[in-house]
Design a protein around this ligand. Structure first.
Ligand code: NAD
Length: 350
């Protein structure tokens, strides 16, 4: 099992160091290498996704990423911006499926802006298609027609693209509560009528998973009305962009949210949903739990090791129950700890 670790910028090195310690404590046989991505890569090589990183990323089974970016690179030319490195690696590795769990641990129910009884114990997974849809469809542009400017984009999905993301959702549901809700807008958009048809056809291969369909406007409403009705939600790139942010905000704590982006063979890039937090970088106060939980996703989805993934997740639940909190999730009465101490607590719980 080959893992490439890309600490990146800002708090990236601090939080990935804790996730690496947790992975090493599991006594599994990994080969781990580290490489540069983002602003640190620009500084060292002039390229946010250098050739040496590309080579290692292609050879690895999984990539663990901290975060990239920071104000010192904001004025660089576009091809030397840290985000280019992130888009570059996602494209290079063909990562078409984005998995974002939104889990609200009962101990953190007060962090959400919704009532605790609506969100406590929330555990849903948004599966978003990442490489198609209206974000990439041609033709697109702004042009003058009949004397005025018009803007246009094309919503397009091939059935093979829909089938492969549907499979990811059904497979993920098999590792959870075996329910998939597919979100579309089939009442107005033909493209999403095809989406619904192909997801329904694909479901025949997964008789053990319950499939339902929901229109996207209703899904946006249901996510805040009664989010616990969902298990896995699968949707296209644009609807997924919006709904995954909505779902992650149900939890209210950005330092807790992991993510995975997968290719057709379950090779994956695993990273926290948050950015490089330049405001707290180098202070040893960042919350490493989203990155540690991303490592758990890596074990589950790339290495198919459900037991090890659950061990990490249970250790995280335990440290929360014990009252350990970094600044971002701190409440009076709890034990305030820094990045390293939070890592120590997770290791002790393991
Ligand atoms: P951010 O997520 O980095 O920070 C937003 C706020 O949340 C900040 O106050 C930060 O201190 C806090 N925060 C974030 N993660 C935290 C953690 N683990 N523990 C404690 N507090 C945490 O978003 P931003 O400030 O908009 O962006 C900062 C930089 O990160 C920018 O350069 C941006 O481009 C980049 N960024 C990178 C990624 C990525 O690498 N995937 C994603 C988003 C933003």
């Amino acid at each position: 099992m080959k893992i490439l670790v890309l600490p990146g910028d800002g708090i990236g090195p601090e939080i990935t160091a804790e996730a690496v310690r947790v992975l090493k404590a599991l006594d599994l046989s990994f080969e781990m290498e580290e490489a540069l991505l983002g602003g640190c890569a620009v500084d060292a090589t002039g390229d946010p996704y250098p050739e040496a990183t590309r080579k290692l990323a292609r050879e690895a089974d999984a990539v663990l990423l901290g975060a990239v970016g920071g104000p010192q690179w904001d004025s660089h030319p576009r091809e030397q911006r840290p985000e280019r490195g992130l888009l570059g690696i996602r494209k290079d590795l063909g990562l078409f499926a984005n998995l974002r769990p939104a889990v609200l641990y009962p101990e953190l129910a007060n962090a959400s802006t919704l009532k605790p009884e609506v969100v406590a114990g929330l555990d849903i997974l948004i599966v978003r298609e990442l490489t198609g849809d209206i974000y990439f469809g041609q033709p697109r542009g702004i042009e003058v027609r009949n004397g005025e400017r018009v803007g246009f984009n094309t919503m397009i999905y091939a059935e093979s693209e829909i089938r492969r993301i549907a499979r990811v959702a059904f497979e993920a549901a098999r590792k959870r509560n075996r329910k998939v809700c597919s979100v579309d807008k089939m009442n107005v958009l033909e493209c999403t009528q095809l989406w619904r048809d192909v997801v329904t056809e694909t479901a025949r291969d997964y008789p053990d998973v319950e499939l339902s369909h929901m229109l996207v406007d209703n899904a946006a409403m249901q996510l805040v009305r009664n989010p616990k009705q969902f298990d896995v939600v699968v949707t296209g790139n644009m609807f997924g962009d919006i709904l995954s942010d909505e779902a992650s905000m149900l939890t209210g704590s950005i330092g807790m949210l992991p993510s995975a982006s997968l290719d057709e063979k379950n090779k994956g890039l695993y990273e926290p949903c948050h950015g490089s937090a330049p405001d707290i970088a180098g202070k040893g106060v960042a919350n490493p739990l989203a990155t540690i939980l991303s490592a758990a996703m890596m074990l589950r989805y790339t290495f198919n090791d459900e037991a090890a993934a659950t061990r990490i997740e249970n250790a995280v639940k335990k440290v929360l129950a014990q009252g350990f909190r970094t600044g971002d999730i701190f409440e009076p009465g709890m034990k305030k700890v820094g990045t390293r101490e939070m890592g120590d607590a997770v290791l002790a719980a393991l």
